[in-house]
Structure formats: structure tokens, C-alpha cells
Design a protein around this ligand. Structure first.
Ligand code: SF4
Ligand code: SF4
Length: 255
């Protein structure tokens, strides 16, 4: 990129947690700010520079007709578009609506449902526009985020391996909670990135980073049964942060 590259951060349906991860890069943020113009980041500043932008980070899923128009505008003004977090990469927790009746929800929650403009589904950004890279997690990991931003700023591929949480467990030398105490754990099918946070405190993985490529979820379900989980409990553990991700949604729609 010629000159100082511009970075833009955009929000769609989300809790802002992934944007906060960027603000949480306290030690690295000043260095980053010295290398890029942060041109659009409303979570941090109301100062906005016009596009086009070299790199756009997009948080959140598409849940309204207005979102559909806006993400197309963001794509058109971005050379590189990176989606961050479970909302943006799989539809997020709000994709639970994909398996329910949205009109029923709005009629119960809102006094004047006709004013609510909401799509029947919550979908990832990639369902609407081409995406250059998807960074997983709920929320994303700050070290992975810095790696992705640095990589695109210098024009190389991000070094984010598509392996399972189990590999992170092994690197940390942790005792496997499933082997040691028969604790249910989604680590074998979950994308690495968190550093095996839950197994490190003796708990099973909850799948925050979504399914890794080629995840054998049917085999995982068999193992969860062996660990004592009921069918309903398995449905619930898969219906969390990445409920609509291919792989994790399989049990919901097939049973
Ligand atoms: S992925 Fe999780 S932390 Fe990030 S915006 Fe969505 S709900 Fe919040
Ligand atoms: S604790 Fe979970 S993530 Fe860690 S090795 Fe065992 S199954 Fe894999």
C-alpha cells in the first residue's frame, strides 16, 4: 500500500465486544495508530475520514433490510474486508431466530411490532458480499486480531491456522478434561484461537470460535453422549455463539 494505509471499523448487529477487543490492545494500539490512519471507528472516535479504505474490519451480522444496503456500501469502499467475531462470521447468537418465528418474537417483545424492520434471519457478512478473511471467536482474540491487521497492512496472508482447540491444549501442556474426568468438551471440533481458556480452568470448551474446517460434529455428538449429556443438552451447547455455522447447526436442523 502506498502512503499511510487507512483502517475502518464497522458495526452491524452485535454486542460491540469484538470492537472492544481492538480497544483492549492497550500496549499495541499506539504503535498501530502510528502505522495507519484510523479513518472510521465510531466506538473510539466521532471523527470520520471519507473512504475508500485500505482495510475494513466488520463486526456484527446482517439482521435488517438496512444492513443489507449498508454492507454493500462498506464493501464498495473497502479494498480489503475482514469480518471479526461469531456475529459477522456465522450470524452470532442472534441467529437463534433462524430456527424460530421472528414475527412471534416481535409481537411478544414490542408494543408496536409494525415499526420493527427485521429480517427473518441473522446471516454472516459473507452471505451478502465477498469477504477477504474471517476471524473467529466470541469475542475474537486480540493477538489474532493484531496478526490479521498486520498481515493485510503489509500485503501478506494472516498466520491463523485452522486447527482445533485440542492443539492449543497440547501446546499448553494441559490435562485433557474429557480424558481425565469425562467432562464434555467441544474442543476437538472447535476452531483454535482462545488458547484453550476453558480447559485451562478444568472446564470443557463451549465452542466460542465455531467449527473448524472439516469438524466431525456427528462423532463429537457421540462422545458428548458418552460423557453423559442428554440430547437436549447437546442441542443447547451447539446452539450458542455459532448456532448457524455450517457444522454446528447440523444437529438442530436434522433432529
Ligand atoms: S462475536 Fe460475540 S463478542 Fe463479538 S460482537 Fe458478536 S456477540 Fe459480541
Ligand atoms: S480438554 Fe477439550 S480441547 Fe483440550 S484436549 Fe481435551 S478435548 Fe481437546
Amino acid at each position: 500500500m502506498i502512503g499511510t494505509p487507512t483502517l475502518a471499523v464497522w458495526k452491524f448487529a452485535s454486542c460491540d465486544g469484538c470492537q472492544l477487543t481492538l480497544l483492549d490492545c492497550e500496549d499495541e494500539l499506539l504503535t498501530l495508530a502510528g502505522q495507519v490512519h484510523i479513518a472510521h471507528f465510531l466506538e473510539a472516535s466521532s471523527a470520520v475520514l471519507p473512504g475508500p479504505y485500505d482495510v475494513s474490519l466488520v463486526e456484527g451480522s446482517i439482521t435488517t433490510p438496512g444492513d443489507v444496503d449498508r454492507i454493500r456500501q462498506v464493501r464498495a469502499s473497502s479494498k480489503v474486508l475482514v469480518t471479526i467475531g461469531a456475529c459477522a462470521t456465522s450470524g452470532g447468537i442472534q441467529a437463534l431466530r433462524n430456527f424460530a418465528d421472528v414475527q412471534e418474537f416481535t409481537s411478544v417483545v414490542y408494543a408496536s411490532p409494525p415499526y420493527i424492520e427485521s429480517l427473518a434471519t441473522s446471516t454472516p457478512i459473507s452471505a451478502h458480499v465477498p469477504v477477504d478473511f474471517e476471524l473467529r471467536g466470541c469475542p475474537i482474540d486480540k493477538h489474532q486480531l493484531l496478526e490479521v491487521i498486520s498481515a493485510f497492512l503489509v500485503g501478506r496472508k494472516p498466520d491463523i491456522p485452522d486447527t482445533s482447540v485440542c492443539t492449543e491444549c497440547k501446546r499448553r501442556g494441559l490435562t485433557c478434561v474429557t480424558v481425565a474426568s469425562n467432562t464434555p468438551c467441544l474442543g476437538p471440533v472447535t476452531h483454535a484461537g482462545c488458547g484453550a481458556l476453558c480447559p485451562a480452568v478444568g472446564r470443557g470448551c463451549y465452542g466460542c470460535f465455531g467449527p473448524m474446517t472439516g469438524a466431525n460434529v456427528p462423532a463429537m455428538i457421540g462422545r458428548l453422549h458418552e460423557c453423559g449429556m442428554t440430547e437436549g443438552a447437546i442441542d443447547k451447547v451447539l446452539a450458542t455463539f455459532n448456532v448457524a455455522a455450517p457444522g454446528f447447526r447440523l444437529p438442530l436442523v436434522q433432529r
